[in-house]
Design a protein around this ligand. Structure first.
Ligand SMILES: [Zn+2]
Length: 74
C-alpha cells in the first residue's frame, strides 16, 4: 500500500532550537573545522575535503581555538 497522500518526508521538528537567531544577518554560519591543521573553513572551501573535518557553527570552532582559513576567509 503506497500512500497516496504525500510523497515528501515530514519536516523534522526540533523543539527548543528556534528563536535564538537574530533576524536578518546570520552571524554564526556553519563552518568546517580541520582538527589536523587547527583551522576552520567555509563549507565550500576545497580544504574541507581533508580527513577528520567536522562541521560546526563558527562560534563553536572559535571556542575550540580553531583559526580561520586564510584562503576562504570564513
Ligand atoms: Zn578554507
Amino acid at each position: 500500500m503506497m500512500g497516496a497522500t504525500s510523497s515528501r518526508p515530514a519536516t523534522p521538528s526540533v523543539p527548543g532550537m528556534q528563536g535564538q537567531r537574530p533576524a536578518g544577518v546570520n552571524s554564526d554560519p556553519d563552518v568546517v573545522a580541520d582538527p589536523e591543521r587547527r583551522k576552520y573553513h567555509r563549507s565550500d572551501c576545497r580544504y574541507t575535503k581533508a580527513e577528520g573535518c567536522e562541521r560546526m557553527p563558527r562560534s563553536a570552532a572559535r571556542k575550540r581555538s580553531y583559526e580561520p582559513c586564510g584562503i576562504c576567509k570564513p
